[in-house]
Design a binder for this molecule. Structure first.
Ligand code: SF4
Length: 270
């Protein structure tokens, strides 16, 4: 089977597809509800700021007219978005972000050409698209981890090998350039307890990609027609309860009562 043989209708982003595959009801609820914010967590801010700094770095690599100030750019992003009463001080967040950007910039990704930095390809926007030393098309995704014990690193990296996000990147970027993506690289940036970066390649086998696309396209169809069945097998996992656990198992799906535990949000788009 080839990706061109797969009939694709409506397309959704990888995050929504992953929610849907975990449990269609979860995907449905998350259109309208989010767990109440309990304290301001800075992990997402650090990850976003490091990604912004690296975006500036690679834009500068691709076009010498772009001024190279990645660390300052990332710092200004933090100052703009930092909220008081967070779980880390502003100085602490800035230190972590500087660390992430500097180490991220020093990683040798082995690229011979940069084709796109934070560029949209349909519904997805990979961090970096380029060519490796052999001229093959590759995609890079920066993943910032606040903390990763060496004992858990291999398992952490394995989860990316079957990630909808990475396979969607491979498909959409390949469609854009009319050639296959050879590899998606996870550019892992670990900030604690030791600071290091690592490049984890995911080989994109064309037949495997077509298989992924066939299943994803069927799920996208089910999402579009409003499938919202529950999957009790996903209610409690190794990392704890599903984020909508109490909506299903305490409030019994009665959305009139959800405001007791959840914040309403404007209906999102797929
Ligand atoms: S608690 Fe279970 S049934 Fe409810 S949304 Fe989560 S996974 Fe689905």
């Amino acid at each position: 089977m080839h990706v061109d043989d797969v009939k694709v209708g409506v397309i959704y982003t990888p995050y929504y597809l992953t929610d849907f595959q975990k449990c269609p009801r979860l995907y449905e609820y998350k259109k309208r509800w989010q767990p109440r914010d309990e304290g301001r967590k800075t992990a997402m801010l650090v990850g976003a700021a490091v990604a912004h700094g690296l975006e500036m770095h690679y834009l500068g690599c691709a076009d010498s007219a772009v001024p190279l100030q990645p660390v300052e750019f990332a710092e200004s992003y933090v100052r703009e978005h930092y909220q008081e009463d967070s779980d880390r001080s502003l100085d602490g967040v800035l230190t972590l972000v500087r660390r992430g950007v500097k180490h991220g910039m020093a990683t040798d990704l082995g690229l011979s050409q940069i084709l796109g930095v934070e560029k949209w390809y349909g519904r997805i926007r990979p961090d970096l698209v380029g060519r490796d030393a052999s001229g093959r098309l590759v995609v890079v995704d920066h993943k910032v981890k606040m903390n990763l014990d060496d004992r858990y690193k291999e398992n952490e990296l394995l989860t990316f090998d079957t990630s909808n996000q990475m396979w969607h990147y491979a498909w959409a970027v390949g469609q854009e350039y009319g050639e296959r993506v050879a590899q998606v690289y996870i550019h892992l940036i670990v900030l604690n307890p030791r600071v290091y970066t690592e490049v984890h390649p995911i080989q994109i086998d064309p037949e495997r990609l077509a298989q992924w696309l066939k299943s994803a396209a069927q799920d996208w169809q089910d999402m579009a027609r409003g499938e919202s069945r529950q999957r009790y097998g996903s209610c409690i996992g190794k990392y704890g309860k599903c984020e909508m656990h109490d909506a299903c198992h305490v409030l019994n799906g009665n959305e009139e009562k959800f405001e007791v535990l959840y914040d309403c949000k404007p209906e999102r788009r797929g």
